[in-house]
Design a protein around this ligand. Structure first.
Ligand code: ISL
Ligand code: CA
Length: 536
């Protein structure tokens, strides 16, 4: 069946700082990425999303851009980038860049100008406001726990920053800003880039009277303009990063009729196991709720949109730690989680290392934590929990957990660098690394490779309609149906075994994470995290 290419994409996210270092400075780089393209290709990947690799002072590790049209020197040159793009295309891999246009770095030349004074031609590129009754213009707080307004003494105004104060928000109401952004987007698309992951894209339009700065009044208008002037003419794929969406709101952004984005991530399931969705505040993980949320999205977008399925990214710890069993059943739970998600309808997004079932490191001291979200939370966390408990929480759910370097092999430097890594390496690199995963018969890596192959080749898995048949806490069973043909996904989302009566006759096993899976008998024994895809 013919479809838009974004529906066929199997996306691998690279966090460039931590992927592979080619020159021994301890920082991943573009030449390092090029050296691993065959690895990515062999996994079955056809699309790469690379987290920001533009010039940046790295207050938020690249999500604070000081030059949208150039590559950070620590990663390489623009020519290196073009060569990487070319090497990807040669292998049938498309490239999505990260589009971070809600804000720039305060070291971007636009902001340097803007800050010079009220008369500067760039003043209106950013959002400057007078104090209201001698205080902040409104009550918004930044993504990292402080007021979203920063006082500028010399001009006597505040500027808005929804993230750190080194990330001033652009003023999208200014048509010149919109033009600059569209020109920049076309600059990369004309170069051959295939699309974008759009950072906090729902924040670009602001309603200052709203309680929280979500989905402002011109969001759809701005996106539609980008679509008409940039994305559509280039047949680009776009995926929006938007938190707090309902399926209906997601459709407003991604329905083909809207002409805005191809996809928007669904993150709702990632809040399960966090009190009120709050990071560093874990609560008991409920697999039934988790599965129900994923199912709700399958129904919600059915026939009208397309899911963007993910369990990890550079803002999340490893899914095995949060939803599986890192000590006892790492392999089983990693592969079960993969089956649960990839068995559903949608484009899958895989974060570097997830394909090998990587697990979180242990942060033994606060010095080892480098992410701004963690450091900003430090005074509060230290005061509330004390050092030991704080570090336990950081080791469980901080953004650094997924951002430490890839463990390519079990050596001292994990095969990541010849020098000293910019951040700690994984404590478990000896046992869990790409090399052992590739070589072991029954590994997470091999399972992912088979699963991706199946996802690409099997039309039922790709297009089939979803129906949840059971999610009662004992086992998960769902069905996919396409042109009268059916597939079943059955799995045990728990670290204990169970015996169930087979709900109906099964056909052939297409994929399973225990090599000796047996579906012949009347009673079906499901072992810890056992997962199967079955034909009927
Ligand atoms: O990780 C988060 C909080 O726990 C998220 O709220 C995150 O800040 C949010 O998803 C926005 O993320 C994106 O924009 C940020 C950047 O720090 C993140 O890395 C990026 O994915 C600002 O650009
Ligand atoms: Ca390097």
């Amino acid at each position: 069946m013919e479809c838009d290419w974004y529906k066929d994409a199997v996306v691998y996210q690279i966090y460039p700082k931590s992927f592979c270092d080619s020159n021994g400075d301890g920082i991943g780089d573009i030449n390092g990425i090029i050296s691993k393209l065959d690895y990515i290709k062999d996994l079955g990947i056809n699309t790469v999303w690379i987290s920001p690799c533009y010039k940046s002072p790295n207050a938020d590790f690249g999500y604070d851009i000081s030059d949208y049209r150039d590559i950070a020197p620590e990663y390489g040159t623009l020519d290196d980038f073009k060569r990487m793009l070319d090497e990807m295309h040669k292998r049938g891999i498309r490239l999505l860049m990260d589009l971070v246009v809600n804000h720039t770095s305060d070291e971007h030349e636009w902001f340097i100008e803007s800050k010079k004074g009220r008369d500067n031609p760039y003043r209106d590129y950013y959002i400057w406001k007078d104090p209201v009754n001698g205080a902040y213009p409104n009550s918004w707080s930044s993504g990292f726990n402080e007021s979203a307004w920063e006082w500028d003494e010399s001009s006597g105004q505040y500027y808005l920053h929804l993230f750190t104060k080194k990330q001033p928000d652009l003023n999208w109401e200014n048509p010149k800003v919109r033009q600059e952004i569209e020109d920049m987007v076309n600059y990369w698309l004309d170069m051959g880039v295939d699309g974008f992951r759009c950072d906090v894209i729902n924040l670009i339009s602001k309603d200052f009277s709203a309680k929280i700065p979500d989905n402002g009044p011109h969001l759809h208008e701005y996106l539609h303009s980008l679509y008409l002037n940039c994305f559509e003419p280039h047949n680009a794929m776009t995926v929006g990063e938007v938190w707090g969406l309902t399926p209906d709101e997601s459709l407003e952004l991604t329905s083909p009729l809207a002409g805005e984005l191809s996809l928007a991530f669904q993150f709702e399931h990632l809040s399960v196991g966090r009190q009120d969705g709050k990071r560093f505040f874990p609560c008991e993980f409920d697999p039934v709720k988790f599965t129900d949320i994923l199912a709700k999205w399958q129904y919600g977008l059915n026939g009208r949109g397309w899911n963007a399925l993910c369990m990890e990214n550079h803002d999340q710890p490893r899914c095995v730690n949060r939803f599986g069993s890192p000590e006892k059943y790492r392999r089983e739970s990693a592969t079960m989680l993969a089956t649960l998600l990839y068995g559903m309808q949608g484009t899958v997004f895989l974060y570097e290392g997830q394909e090998c079932g990587f697990i979180n490191p242990v942060f033994n001291s606060y010095d080892e934590c480098l992410d701004v979200e963690t450091t900003d939370a430090y005074p509060y966390m230290m005061k509330t929990f004390g050092e030991k408990e704080m570090l336990r929480r950081y080791s469980f759910d901080s953004r650094d957990c997924g951002r430490i370097p890839m463990s390519w092999n079990g050596t001292e430097n994990a095969g990541f660098t010849e020098g000293k890594s910019w951040i700690k390496l994984n404590d478990f690199r000896k046992e869990v690394n790409v090399e052992t995963e590739i070589n072991a018969d029954n590994s997470v890596y091999r399972y992912y490779r088979n699963l991706i192959k199946l996802k690409k080749e099997n039309d039922i898995l790709k297009f089939g309609e979803f129906c949840l048949l059971n999610n009662d806490g004992r086992f998960v069973l769902y069905e996919r149906t396409f042109e009268g043909k059916k597939l079943l996904v059955i799995l045990r989302f728990s670290d204990t075994p169970i015996e169930i009566k087979k709900p109906f006759e099964f056909g052939k096993i297409l994929l399973s994470n225990y090599s000796d899976a047996d579906i012949e008998k009347e009673t079906l024994r499901l072992r810890p995290y056992e997962a199967m895809i079955i034909e009927i």
